[in-house]
Design a protein around this ligand. Structure first.
Ligand code: NAD
Length: 336
């Protein structure tokens, strides 16, 4: 309790509302408010907790990732937690991110960042053993996700077998499953014609399609996957590249699909140039993105920087201004 009851009650009310929105978004794939509205509430809660750190509780939405996995699916415990990302909404918060990193990494020179579109789909982990796809899972609450192996196997650009000889015995790749805009429009047309439910946006269509108990339904949905990071790798001493951007290239050589817009930039000013470049291209891209992600490229520095409760310190998502505030959110087909 703080000395100001109105702060206590505002925090409690924000947590209740955000928890409810989280369930709608992550568990039911059926949000009732636009992301921009959610982001406003989340930002307000974070600011209040920053002013009153004694009021932070471990179950606050600011300390947690996503939503609990649905019990209809088998569960998968992530060997390396799947976290979220901190958000920046303007240039000042990007500069503050760079300053925070600089303060932690004494004596560093200008940092190089991997710059990546923030694909608007859902995070998926795919495990390959001896080059074969053996398991795929959703992020879930970051610790435990849903086993969606059969569904992921139906996605056209996900390789069932990696190519090349020099591949780790076990390798978990992480990335985003999303529905390209054209496929989304066609799917909604079909749903309308057949009297089915139409999807609110490509993100919800992707989530609803991937979390189906019948993989034959998923197989009919136009899903794609781009990978953007690694999870567990064995043997631990497998000689991976020292830079994140180089590791992505290795993934590409092993046959995994990468987003063609990925690039590297120097310092916050280089990141900002990338942000503007991608913002300008946004409408022309064949898939929805809601921002860009900047990651410290040097893996050793990433390890030095580590994590906070729900996100790495070495990465930030710079969100784009809300494209449209959705005024009416339609029901999302969700058959579990
Ligand atoms: P996030 O979407 O802000 O960032 C983390 C996610 O970004 C990762 O899990 C991954 O799926 C994705 N991502 C895309 N491209 C990536 C890349 N290149 N590298 C790494 N990750 C990449 O975090 P979140 O916790 O998944 O979701 C929070 C956001 O979801 C909110 O900011 C809000 O916009 C939306 N949301 C909306 C509602 C609602 O009711 N409308 C509810 C909950 C969440």
């Amino acid at each position: 309790m703080s000395e100001n009851p109105s702060v206590d009650s505002r925090i409690a009310s924000l947590r209740d509302t955000i928890n409810e929105y989280n369930t709608q978004y992550y568990v039911q794939d059926a949000p009732s408010v636009p992301d921009a509205e959610y982001d406003r509430l989340f930002k307000e809660l974070k600011a209040l907790e920053a002013e009153h750190p004694d009021l932070i509780t471990p179950d606050s939405p600011t300390q947690k990732v996503g939503g609990a996995p649905l019990s209809a699916f088998d569960q998968v415990t992530h060997e390396v937690p799947m976290l979220s990302l901190d958000n920046a909404f303007d240039e000042a918060s990007l500069n503050a991110f760079e300053k925070r990193i600089g303060d932690r990494l004494k004596d560093h020179k200008t940092l190089t960042y991997s710059c990546e579109p923030k694909l608007d789909g859902l995070a998926v982990s795919i495990l390959y053993e001896d080059g074969l796809l053996v398991q795929a899972a959703t992020r879930g609450d970051g610790q435990v996700g849903e086993n969606i192996t059969q569904n992921v196997k139906t996605i056209g650009n996900v390789p069932l077998r990696l190519k090349g000889d020099n591949i780790p015995a076990r390798i978990e790749v992480r990335g985003e499953v999303f529905m390209p805009k054209a496929g989304f429009d066609k799917l909604n047309e079909r749903q309308r014609a057949e009297g089915g439910k139409v999807f609110a946006n490509p993100r919800n269509a992707a989530a609803g399609s991937l979390r189906q108990l019948d993989s034959r339904i998923t197989a009919k949905r136009p899903l794609m996957f781009y990978c953007y990071s690694l999870g567990v790798v064995t043997p631990e001493d497998f000689a991976l590249a020292e830079l994140h951007s180089e590791r992505l290239k290795s993934l590409g050589e092993w046959g995994l699909p990468l987003c063609p817009e990925v690039s590297v930039a120097e310092g916050a000013s280089g990141c900002l140039d990338y942000y503007h470049q991608i913002l300008e291209k946004r409408d022309a891209l064949p898939y929805d993105i809601d921002g860009v992600v900047f990651k410290v490229d040097n893996i050793e520095l990433q390890q030095t920087l580590g994590f906070v409760a729900r996100a790495p310190r070495w990465a930030i998502a710079q969100k784009f201004p809300a494209q449209e505030e959705i005024t009416r959110l339609v029901d999302v087909e969700f058959q579990v």
